[in-house]
Design a protein around this ligand. Structure first.
Ligand SMILES: [Zn+2]
Length: 116
């Protein structure tokens, strides 16, 4: 598929964000640059990426990949913080249909490896 949008978006206007759990465009780009592709595709041979509507797509399609929030502990009730230690790129299917929830320990291990 051909890219129709420029690789780098223009610098976003600085904006006050009352909530600190927002994923900024910079953070979004950072996670996609780091992970390159869907986490499920990384660790599970044969995984086929789909968006949240079930449409297949390439595992490195940045426009379709979503970010999964990973808690530090399985019991953490609050949404994980939006920073590079708590976000993993995954397709919408993996993120929304339970795959990511079932592989949190793999995600935590991965995040410790790449972010320390
Ligand atoms: Zn996937």
């Amino acid at each position: 598929m051909l890219r129709r949008t420029p690789l780098r978006r223009s610098r976003p206007k600085p904006r006050f964000r009352p909530e600190d759990d927002k994923v900024t465009p910079e953070l979004h780009d950072y996670i996609l640059d780091r992970d390159k592709r869907c986490f499920a595709a990384k660790i599970e041979p044969g995984h086929e990426c789909r968006d949240r509507f079930g449409h297949p797509h390439a595992s490195d399609d940045r426009r379709r990949l979503t970010l999964d929030h990973v808690h530090d502990h399985a019991t953490a009730a609050k949404r994980a913080k939006s920073d590079r230690f708590h976000l993993v790129a995954a397709c919408g299917w993996a993120n929304n249909e339970g795959w990511c929830s079932a592989h949190r320990n793999d995600e935590r291990q991965y995040l410790r490896e790449v972010e320390g």
